[in-house]
Structures are given as structure tokens and as C-alpha cells.
Design a protein around this ligand. Structure first.
Ligand code: ADP
Ligand code: NI
Length: 220
């Protein structure tokens, strides 16, 4: 029987090798930051720390954007890994829910997380798309997707289904992503600790955008 800390250590190594080839958005350091955010949130919100850390570690193990849009790849990889680690079914179910439902999918993901642990990991993941780190990531991912930084002729849009969001990925400039996703996140937070962290990071991004447009127009 492995101890919880052995399982976490092995999972960390597993995720590190799995994610080492990913572009800036979902590399190992994103995962490490999500673990850190989740621990901070859990300090005030509670929850089972083992489930939270396993869920945070495995949450992006297969991103649909890099698996031809296949959203079932991640949960399967996570489930197989947890079985290999002999993690019991009730913990494995909670972790798999996190991996299966964490993604934003253009705002078309309507799943309501069933456990406090899932709510915390989802908040932790959303936080990493916000603030100073969020700004760095959005431009890194935008570049990887072959997008331009900004084009005032292409206004931001909203998406009523996942397919439209996926198909539009390359056409919409990176700055639009702030309006299409990032600035919407603070109102989608699950926990009050997550929300107040998101509000702080949101304010930082608003300030950034204000500077961006002022500079775009040559005002300063
Ligand atoms: P989720 O896994 O919650 O669906 P994403 O994979 O959409 O989250 O986002 C992960 C990171 O990639 C975020 O930092 C986000 O800003 C960035 N990103 C996602 N989609 C785009 C896009 N179309 N253009 C630029 N950055 C993006
Ligand atoms: Ni993530």
C-alpha cells in the first residue's frame, strides 16, 4: 500500500513527463501554480487536501486543444493512473470529476462541480488565467495558436457552443480573449476565497488593458 505522500510524489513525476512538451499555456509550471493556488484557497475553504492536490496535479493531463478536440482523453488517462496507484474508488471518482469538467470550453461548460475539492481546483485553475501570470499566458498561448496580438477590425464575440469556440480559435486576436473569456472568470468563481483573489487579478488586467489601448492609439 502506498502512502498519500508517495502517491503525490509519483503523480508529480508522471505529470511532469506527460506535460513537458506542452506550449506555455499548459506546461508543468502551470500545474505547479494551480497546486499552489489550490492550497491557498483550501487554507480558508477546507476540503480534502489529498483529493485537491491529486486533482490539481492531473487536471490538465490531456488538453482538448492538443488532442483534436477530444475531451475524453484526460479523464481516461487520470482514471488509469489512479488505478495504477491503487487509489480507492471514492477518491478516484472525485479526482476524475475534476479532470473531466474543469475546462471552460468557451463558456459552454455548464457542469456544476459536485464537490468542494472540485470547486477549489477549478478556482485555482481559473486564477492562473488571470492577473500578471494570466497576461503572460494568454500571449504565449495566442502565439502558439498562430494568432495576432490585436486587430481593431475584429471585435470580440461570444460563443453559444463549444464547436464555434474551437473553430474560431485562430481567427480571433489574442486581446479579444480577455473579453471572450478572461474578464468573465471572476463572476464564475466557486468559492469566496477564489473570488476575492480573482477580483484582485481582474483589476490588474483591467489596468493593463487600459494602458494597452492608450499605447495602441499613441496617447502616451
Ligand atoms: P480551460 O482549460 O479552462 O478551457 P484554456 O485551455 O482555455 O482553459 O486556457 C488556458 C490558457 O490558455 C489560459 O491562460 C488562456 O488565456 C489561454 N488561452 C486559451 N484560449 C486562448 C486563445 N484562444 N487565445 C489566447 N490564449 C488562450
Ligand atoms: Ni489548467
Amino acid at each position: 500500500m502506498k502512502s498519500e505522500s508517495q502517491i503525490l510524489a509519483q503523480t508529480r513525476e508522471f505529470v511532469k513527463t506527460k506535460m513537458s512538451n506542452d506550449a506555455g499555456g499548459h506546461d508543468w509550471w502551470h500545474v505547479a501554480r494551480v497546486v499552489g493556488n489550490a492550497k491557498t484557497i483550501a487554507e480558508t475553504e477546507g476540503g480534502d487536501k489529498f483529493v485537491i492536490e491529486l486533482g490539481a496535479l492531473l487536471h490538465d493531463v490531456a488538453d482538448w486543444k492538443f488532442h483534436d478536440g477530444d475531451v475524453t482523453a484526460g479523464p481516461k488517462i487520470a482514471r488509469d493512473w489512479l488505478r495504477e496507484m491503487s487509489v480507492n474508488d471514492s477518491i478516484a471518482d472525485k479526482v476524475t470529476e475534476i479532470v473531466e469538467h474543469i475546462s471552460f470550453r468557451g463558456g459552454t461548460n455548464k457542469h456544476v462541480m459536485q464537490t468542494l475539492e472540485a470547486e477549489i481546483v477549478q478556482d485555482a485553475d481559473r486564477l492562473d488565467a488571470l492577473g500578471a501570470i494570466g497576461i503572460a499566458r494568454v500571449f504565449a498561448v495566442g502565439e502558439a495558436l498562430g494568432k495576432t496580438i490585436y486587430n481593431p477590425d475584429i471585435p470580440p464575440r461570444s460563443y453559444d457552443n463549444f464547436k464555434a469556440y474551437r473553430n474560431n480559435l485562430k481567427d480571433s486576436p489574442t486581446v479579444n480573449h480577455f473579453y471572450e473569456k478572461l474578464l468573465l472568470l471572476k463572476d464564475k468563481m466557486n468559492t469566496s476565497t477564489g473570488r476575492s483573489m480573482a477580483e484582485y487579478r481582474h483589476g490588474y488586467m483591467e489596468g493593463y488593458l487600459k494602458e494597452f489601448f492608450a499605447e495602441w492609439d499613441g496617447e502616451k
